[in-house]
Design a binder for this molecule. Structure first.
Ligand code: TPP
Ligand code: MG
Length: 663
């Protein structure tokens, strides 16, 4: 339609333009008060009502436009090669595949080098919306790939955001290389924001829960520090490391200080093995025990670790309690037992346990006088053996070493590395006259295992048709859709009563990756995205059980998954609350003979996530996910899961918002 043929009514283009110009004038008046020209323009406008409203975006002034688009005058050109280009060469020597990170000026020098000089490959920058998500992704990635990622963060505020995820990695014995940008030189750092974002010692913030940190002051120093950081983080017990990276060092050109820069070669350090005498003594105790029990938490660092635990268990026909910090032992094996197996043990070997005391003692938090009550679970003369690499890695401040437990034979050593020698020693130590008894122990275990399995199945069937959906049904409907795929359960946040490890057959080391380590909630979402990234590259199917509380700490990681095409099936355990905390407040109320104040919600005040209900499917959809929900009827779950699995197989992340029972 041409302008000529328009009626008065349908001529919005011109009117809009005039309104717009009038609006600009008003907005201009606010910033250039008293200007007669502007005032005149305002009063002359025939659209006074509209003119009172300023448009939301104003065209830039000449000065602003020039500042935003012109080539900066005063930077000059770098003479020679940028220091951060050399840093990129160092990083590339270590085959770090990805760099999940949130951008910041304190590392702009190395950021520019990574994407321009380094071609954004090895590592590839993955845009993160929160530093905690970046570290959480690196955490999950390592547990699949067995290789660490690095992250760059704004040395002060970014590291503050990253810190809980670093603590989780510390407690979970997972390496992450955290590089924090920092403007160290007070005389040269720009005033204003960069100075707020600089500190004398940024690493101090995370020193209590990193294995090592450094602040390199020259490029050669950086090369040494980076390779050393990598080596330390990758020596069991693994752990996060931090490097403070000076902004000036990144931006300055390489100076010929009379020494040619070089990149030190990385050679992996062999993990520490248990002392030969202690191994022999442990083997003697185990071989002669009536009822030996093996308790494992983070033993299987690799696929081989699982095989070794099976070999030890079978040599002894000993019960195995897998605490699930890693996939240590197949849950389909007849020697797998629940934690109560320790009760009748005469010898217990605990390997890479984070809480030995908790294995052999129980604690009730609301005893008679409102204080905790401790009771021993084991017989007084039970002998205890420990292999733990964490004994080599103690720090004082954070209490992740747990309560003190007296142990009879202790090895400050890596369990996986010690197992081959221990298995040989056990086989050699079994007296001939004990072989028949050991075999009989195996037969009894097979019977107990079959009975236990049946009991679990019956328990899972309870409330099968309930709405909201029971956690057992949630978990089994999911399994029905993925069982023929090469699946990997990358995380299970919240509490679904342990159904996956009780009901899904898990026989490969990537079927289950363990929990967060430090129980800092907000791990599940980013770690599952990081693990799914590693599984994507290996052609596996990733599934997570995603709780509502966990997702809301930093849901922006959903966008990172969609942006970088990371396929992941997130099945929500949406119980509309922080149910763990529901139970804490309820328990204290009960103890004090009071009715818990629920307000108008399902749980005590402060523990519900409802009214309004969060539409997680819409949240995920808005960030590029395939999503569906809320699913409340159990009959709808299977068909919805089928569609979600197909979406994931097409390369997309998919989320199902499922309303569930509390646990
Ligand atoms: C960072 C952090 N804040 C608070 C807590 C305390 N906390 C432990 S479990 C929990 C509830 C988590 O809710 P959700 O993920 O929905 O799991 P649910 O208990 O409902 O199954 C909270 C808040 C924590 N562990 N970490
Ligand atoms: Mg919840």
């Amino acid at each position: 339609m041409t302008r000529k043929h328009r009626t008065r009514k349908d001529a919005p283009a011109e009117v809009s333009r005039r309104k717009f110009l009038a609006g600009v004038a008003v907005a201009g008046a606010a910033t250039t008060a008293g200007s007669p020209a502007v005032t005149a323009a305002t009063t002359e406008s025939p659209y006074d009502a509209a003119a009172a409203r300023a448009p939301s975006a104003l065209p830039p002034s000449m000065r602003v436009a020039a500042a935003e688009t012109a080539t900066p005058k005063d930077l000059g050109r770098i003479q020679g090669v940028a220091g951060s280009d050399f840093m990129v060469d160092v990083i590339k020597s270590l085959d770090i595949k990805y760099l999940p990170s949130n951008p910041a000026s304190s590392f702009r020098g190395i950021h520019e080098s990574l994407v321009n000089y380094g071609g954004n490959k090895m590592p590839e920058f993955l845009t993160c919306t929160h530093e905690e998500s970046a570290v959480g992704m690196a955490h999950g990635y390592f547990k699949v790939a067995g290789k660490p990622l690095m992250t760059l963060c704004h040395g002060t505020v970014g590291l503050q955001h990253a810190s809980m995820a670093i603590y989780n990695a510390w407690c979970d014995r997972v390496p992450v290389i955290v590089v924090g940008g920092n403007d160290l030189d007070a005389a040269h750092r720009p005033p204003g924001v960069p100075t707020f974002h600089s500190a004398q010692d940024i690493n101090a913030l995370v020193r209590d829960y990193t294995k090592w940190d450094d602040t390199p002051v020259s490029l050669q120093h950086f090369a040494q520090s980076f390779v050393r950081a990598y080596k330390i983080s990758m020596t069991p017990p693994y752990g996060p490391v931090a490097i403070s990276l000076d902004a000036g060092l990144q931006q300055e050109p390489i100076k010929g200080n009379g020494e040619k820069l070089y990149i030190p070669r990385y050679v992996p350090t062999a993990p520490p093995q248990g002392d030969a005498g202690a191994v022999k003594e442990a083997a003697r105790l185990l071989a002669n025990a009536q009822n030996p029990v093996i308790v494992v938490d983070r033993v299987a660092r690799t696929e081989n670790g699982m095989r070794l635990v099976v070999q030890l268990a079978e040599a002894l026909q000993a019960a195995v309690v897998d605490q699930g910090g890693r996939m240590n032992f197949p849950n389909t094996h007849y020697l797998r037992r629940p934690p109560t197996a320790v009760n009748n043990a005469d010898v217990i070997i605990g390997m890479e346990l984070s809480d030995y005391w908790g294995v052999v003692n129980s604690y009730i938090d609301n005893g008679e006088h409102g204080i905790g009550v401790n009771t021993s679970k084991i017989k007084p003369d039970t002998k205890l053996i420990s292999i733990s690499s964490v004994d080599l890695n103690t720090k004082s401040n954070y209490q992740d070493f747990q309560r003190f437990q007296v142990i009879d034979v202790q090895m400050a050593a890596d369990a996986e590395a010690t197992l081959p020698a221990l298995i040989e020693a056990v086989k050699a130590a079994i007296p001939n006259d004990r072989k028949a008894a050991i075999e009989k122990r195996g037969e009894a275990a097979k019977k107990a295992f079959a009975e236990g399995k049946e009991r679990t199945r019956q328990t899972a069937a309870l409330a099968w048709d309930a709405s909201p959906i029971s956690t057992a049904r949630l978990v089994m409907e999911t399994f029905a859709q993925i069982k023929d795929l090469d699946w990997s359960l990358v995380s299970s946040s919240g509490n679904v009563s342990g159904w996956p490890s009780r009901l899904w057959p898990m026989e490969k080391h990537y079927r289950w990756l363990g929990l967060s380590g430090g129980y800092g909630v907000g791990y599940g979402a980013p770690a599952s995205v990081g693990a799914a990234l590693a599984n994507r590259d290996l052609g596996r199917f990733s599934v997570s059980i995603q709780s509502d509380g966990d997702l809301m700490y930093a849901p922006g990681v959903l966008w990172t998954a969609a942006r970088h095409k990371i396929p992941l099936l997130a099945v929500m355990h949406n119980n509309r609350g922080y149910h763990q905390e529901v139970m804490h407040v309820q328990r204290v109320s009960n103890f004090r003979n009071r009715v818990a104040n629920l307000g108008k919600d399902l749980g005590p005040v402060g523990t519900s996530i409802e009214n309004p209900d969060i539409e997680y499917h819409k949240l995920a959809e808005s960030m590029g996910w395939w999503a569906k929900g809320p699913i409340k009827d159990p009959a709808e779950l299977g068909p919805a899961l089928k569609l979600a699995v197909a979406a994931v197989q097409s390369g997309q992340p998919a989320l199902l918002n499922v309303w569930t029972q509390p646990r």
